[in-house]
Design a protein around this ligand. Structure first.
Ligand code: G
Ligand code: G
Ligand code: MN
Length: 387
């Protein structure tokens, strides 16, 4: 006996094999000037016989029959391929159900999909719903740390609808918090919802997170959000989820907000690394790392500060060198999304003295993040000369 759910699961499996499930893209914009920062990728399934089947119907089935990873894989590959010609500074946000990070293979699968498509992992954002996390966070935490280590950004989706939201927020390495649409949509009519949104924007910012308001449908809601200091938004006011072929057109309509500076020479991390000594004052203790935190170049003064024996620093992970935690990397991601400076923090040099660590994003001419500079400043020597 095959029941209706099993039948649907079989159809879904067939659709996944034949490309019948398609990614749609919804813009996430800056509330300051309306430019597009990235897209949320949403699964859409058109069945030749049954017509359009909504994710509310097929996601739970995919979950029950173990098809979510395959769905994610298909969506990612289709989305990366479609986005190859889009501007290189926009991110793609993928939804991951709370059961998926329990699978130790998830991070590897995501990395493989991106690498196979030459899509930078620093532009991959993973949205995890707070609804349904189970009590034991050991494996999810491990998976999310690995994803951050690979360069991805993690967002908490539908914030405010689950329970223990604050526990997840303090336990898992989020960079971004998405306020659930239900609060945003009720804001104009209900003072309570307005207060909640205001408080969540403040909470997110005080934790160093980027905050996105979901479900923004009216100009009035956008104005209220701007007044609260909310920087990022998503909703029908800015754009509905659209198929890939309509995205370039949608981007052109948004384009006036952001023009490239017209620089022609590419400024890759490698070029910057070669010019390290010219770009910084002599004796500056500075290193460049890629978005995932691997050091690609360092000045002699940096090496000296790190390790009295002058061991090779390039190729090592910044976490191992200066005790940067996954939380620091997660916060770093949030600050580049918001274009805000990352606050300096104290670290210790190999000789035991305290140094101030300044981390700055390094971007190319099209504002794509290529890495970060890590500069040590001797606190007793504010000019930044380490020797
Ligand atoms: O796009 P729409 O509002 O119809 O989506 C309904 C729900 O389905 C949302 O909660 C959304 O996060 C979820 N959803 C859409 N696409 C995916 C997907 O690819 N994977 C998972 N796990 N959920 C998805
Ligand atoms: O759970 P999640 O936040 O991933 O769900 C996102 C879903 O919300 C998308 O599937 C999209 O279709 C829907 N959505 C996005 N913007 C709006 C909006 O402005 N109004 C409404 N009603 N739904 C929206
Ligand atoms: Mn989402």
């Amino acid at each position: 006996m095959v029941n209706a759910d099993q039948l649907l699961a079989r159809r879904l499996l067939a659709a996944l094999a034949s490309g019948g499930v398609e990614p749609f893209f919804q813009p996430i914009v800056s509330l300051d000037d309306g430019h597009v920062l990235g897209f949320e990728v949403l699964a859409r399934w058109h069945d030749p016989e049954q017509g359009f089947i909504g994710p509310d119907q097929f996601i739970p089935i995919a979950d029950r029959f173990g098809l979510l990873d395959r769905l994610l894989d298909q969506l990612m590959r289709a989305a990366f391929s479609a986005a190859a010609d889009w501007p290189h500074n926009i991110f793609l946000g993928f939804n991951v159900s709370p059961t998926q990070p329990r699978n130790p293979e998830l991070a590897t699968r995501i990395a493989k999909a991106a690498i196979d498509s030459s899509f930078p992992l620093s532009r991959v954002h993973i949205e995890v719903t707070e609804n349904g996390f189970i009590d034991d966070l050991t494996q999810p935490r491990c998976t999310l740390d690995r994803l951050i280590n690979l360069g991805c950004m993690i967002a908490m989706d539908d914030f405010g609808t689950g329970y223990s939201s604050l526990t997840w927020l303090s336990t898992l390495p989020f960079s971004k918090l998405k306020i659930d649409a239900s609060f945003v949509m009720a804001m104009e009519d209900h003072r309570q919802s307005r207060k909640i949104v205001d408080a969540v924007v403040g909470l997110g910012h005080s934790l160093g997170l980027a905050v996105v308001a979901e479900g923004v449908e009216t100009a009035g809601q956008a104005d209220l959000l701007r007044g609260m200091g909310c920087k990022l938004a998503q909703g029908y006011l800015f754009g509905r989820p659209t198929p890939a072929h309509q995205v370039p057109n949608a981007l052109r309509q948004f384009a006036s907000a952001r023009q490239n500076g017209g620089l022609s020479a590419p400024m890759s991390l490698e070029v910057r690394a070669d010019r390290l000594d010219e770009d910084y004052a002599p004796g500056t203790a500075v290193a460049l790392m890629d978005p995932a935190g691997t050091v690609v170049a360092s000045s002699k003064a940096f090496d000296r500060t790190m390790d009295a024996n002058g061991a090779e620093v390039a190729g090592r992970h910044i976490w191992d060198l200066i005790g940067v935690t996954p939380e620091t990397m997660a916060q770093l991601r949030a600050t580049d999304l918001l274009d805000e400076p990352f606050p300096a923090f104290d670290g210790s040099a190999a000789d035991g003295s305290t140094v101030q660590v300044h981390i700055r994003p390094v971007k190319d001419e099209s504002s794509e993040l290529v890495g970060y500079s890590v500069e040590y400043r001797d606190i007793s020597n504010p000019a930044g000369l380490a020797s």
